[in-house]
Design a protein around this ligand. Structure first.
Ligand code: ZN
Ligand code: ZN
Length: 355
């Protein structure tokens, strides 16, 4: 996608709530050839919405009709708005000048001569949609089937000549769009704050990690909305419990519950002495042998709560660090294996550091 900030990579289309909660994602796989059958449109008439418009039609198929939908100018066209109006949705969107279908609104040059706050509007023949042109720093085009001009609002803007902030008149549609648009951008921002670091270059693992990230952020949004004690999600409630803390709580929980880590551990290598008992050191009645293989990689390198314990026993035990045959009384409290820890050797540190 040459015009997008990230030109190469995987593109995921989503519909988000105002709170940034992701309701659905679709992985972009080239221009959609067909969409949900419920719309029952012949293939020829699908072309008029463009490939970006088809993405919207595909995404809205699971959106309840009572919802108001806000769409940015990458997707929107007057044809798409008409179709969504027929389907029963409330829509507000920004428009590109080449997607207004011969609407007689003044051109950008004509708008540039007008004062800031100037607006024009045209209503469709069937009186369902309105196209509004509004002069901010330059012309902005919007289209809606439920928000229009009245009641007008005022927006603060910086005036270069007066060198102060001044009030600019704005039609209601602007206020409406600014207030409810931006869920998807918010989600992008939240993911960018603390992305899950991973090194794998495999394409599918990137997608899986991204899905996991979205799931965590969705849970965080729900948790925050519960903390606020109201059912409606709003972006204002994001501040109650920081995302960073939420993510680190999850990480801590996973690290302290090794039983949850059910994914397979590394295979037993020859250096691991599963069957090699410390016969000379341990009483023969003891059935549970200390073995390195019982420690998962995840636990060994999790950097959390590994403490040296001095084990009082009649004899010392062999160190379980690779290529070490030292005999000591020190054990790791989490891994339950003996490791050298003295003035000349620190297998304890070595054992817990990933090579
Ligand atoms: Zn340990
Ligand atoms: Zn050692």
């Amino acid at each position: 996608m040459p015009k997008k900030p990230t030109k190469r990579g995987f593109k995921v289309w989503t519909w988000c709530g105002v709170s940034a909660f992701v309701y659905e994602m679709i992985l972009h796989h080239g221009s959609p050839k067909s969409i949900s059958n419920e719309l029952a449109l012949p293939d020829r008439s699908l072309k008029q919405f463009g490939s970006s418009g088809l993405v919207v039609l595909d995404l809205v198929k699971d959106v309840p009709v009572v919802f108001a939908i806000f769409i940015d100018n990458y997707f929107a066209s007057t044809k798409l708005i008409k179709k969504l109006t027929q389907l029963g949705y409330r829509i507000t969107c920004t428009l590109r000048s080449n997607r207004t279908e011969k609407c007689l609104i003044s051109t950008e040059q004509e708008f540039s001569k007008k004062q800031r706050g100037y607006y024009e509007y045209f209503i469709s023949k069937d009186k369902t949609c309105i196209v509004v042109g509004w002069k901010d720093s330059k012309r902005v085009l919007l289209d809606s089937n439920h928000a229009g001009i009245e009641p007008k609002t005022k927006l603060k803007r910086w005036d270069k000549e007066k060198r102060c902030r001044v009030d600019i008149v704005a039609p209601q549609i602007i206020n409406n769009y600014n207030k409810f648009m931006g869920g998807v951008n918010n989600m992008d921002m939240l993911i960018a704050f603390h992305p899950i670091p991973f090194k794998s270059k495999r394409w599918y693992s990137r997608i899986i990690w991204r899905i996991l990230d979205v799931m965590i952020i969705n849970s965080w949004i729900i948790r925050n909305s519960r903390l606020c004690g109201h059912n409606s999600y709003s972006s204002a409630s994001h501040g109650k419990f920081r995302l960073f803390h939420f993510k680190s709580e999850i990480a801590k929980f996973l690290l302290t519950k090794p039983n949850l880590q059910i994914f397979s551990t590394t295979t037993v290598s020859s250096s691991i002495d599963v069957y090699q008992s410390d016969e000379e050191n341990e009483p023969p009645t003891k059935t549970l042998r200390e073995a390195r293989s019982s420690v998962t990689d995840v636990t060994q390198y999790d950097n959390s709560n590994h403490w040296p314990l001095f084990i009082s026993a009649p004899n010392n035990t062999r160190c379980k660090n690779d290529n070490c045959s030292g005999k000591i009384y020190w054990q790791c409290s989490k891994c339950n294996v003996h490791l050298c820890l003295n003035s000349s050797k620190n297998c304890f540190n070595e054992y817990h550091t990933h090579k």
